[in-house]
Design a protein around this ligand. Structure first.
Ligand code: APR
Length: 257
């Protein structure tokens, strides 16, 4: 049995009613939704970036940047490898599963910054992975792609078996452009609009994450934040669950349980 936090019953009922009536729902997610799978978040309590010892004395944003990758791919790879190792063996959790299940009754669009691929693995079909996918490797020379189950036992930087070029994960490094295809899908999704918007487990540090929630809130579209900590979105949203993703989504989708 899962302990359910003491949510305000009126809050749960109101959001459950909005959910039941909604046709097109956006779930905008960040590292916090995968925290219950055992993945570290990047920032905040227990955040990977806080604990990571950067031997080179550079901020992690510099090491994980496109510039550093071009100059010194082995250095960027050393930390990409650490991030992948922190995710190894983890699986999608109840929150990913609940969101995937909702697409049987609603039109659901997931916009995620996560590179773990968990929304797709859980069965969600309309997923915009705006920062790419960590275990999808791409040759910087010939463009050949290859999926990896994990990064164990590889020379750093890893090289393409076809042409010997340096491989990189198909993710957006700091200072790089977002992938065009994902951006086109993102813009189309926003143009079509939503009648309910959830922001789950994100510090909303990027405008393309913050703005759709803020714009929806200003336009009177109901917005819900699920996050144990306060974020820049907290004062804008109409409803807030100060809890983990799984507990809040379970309460909202089964309010009478
Ligand atoms: N349920 C919901 N939210 C949670 C949980 C949980 N169980 N645990 C932690 N959180 C919240 C934290 O309070 C924090 O606000 O998740 C948020 C995680 O924030 P970040 O680590 O900043 O993650 P995110 O917003 O996804 O960061 C965006 O930064 O470095 C880049 O590319 C990286 O995609 C990443 C981006």
């Amino acid at each position: 049995m899962n302990e359910r936090p003491a949510f305000e019953p009126a809050l749960v009922q109101e959001v459950a009613t909005l959910l039941a009536r909604a046709q097109r729902i956006a779930f905008i997610t960040g590292a916090g939704i995968s925290a219950e799978s055992g993945l570290p978040t990047y920032r905040g309590v227990g955040g990977l970036y806080n604990d990571m010892t950067i031997d080179e004395g550079l901020p992690i944003e510099d090491i994980l940047s496109g510039d550093t990758f071009r100059r010194d791919p082995a250095l960027t790879w050393k930390y990409l490898f650490e991030i992948e190792r922190a995710c190894r063996g983890a699986r999608p959790n109840a929150a990913h599963a609940i969101i995937a299940d909702l697409q049987h009754r609603h039109e659901v669009c997931v916009i995620t910054q996560n590179v773990d691929g968990f929304h797709v693995e859980a069965g969600s079909r309309d997923v915009i992975e705006i920062h790419g996918r960590l275990r999808e490797l791409l040759c910087t020379q010939c463009g050949k792609r290859r999926s990896h189950r994990h990064f164990d036992a590889m020379d750093l930087p890893p090289r393409c078996m076809a042409c010997g070029g340096i491989l990189r994960p198909d993710v957006v490094l700091f200072g790089e452009m977002l992938p065009l295809r994902a951006v086109a899908r993102y813009e189309l999704a926003l143009q079509r609009g939503f009648d309910l918007v959830f922001a789950i487990g994100t510090t909303a540090g990027f405008p393309y994450i913050y703005e759709p929630v803020a714009t929806s809130a200003r336009a009177g579209v109901p917005t819900i934040e699920i996050n144990p900590d306060l974020t820049p979105l907290s004062s804008l949203v109409a409803y807030r669950f100060a809890s983990g993703a799984g507990a809040a989504l379970r309460a909202i989708t089964a309010p009478d349980a």
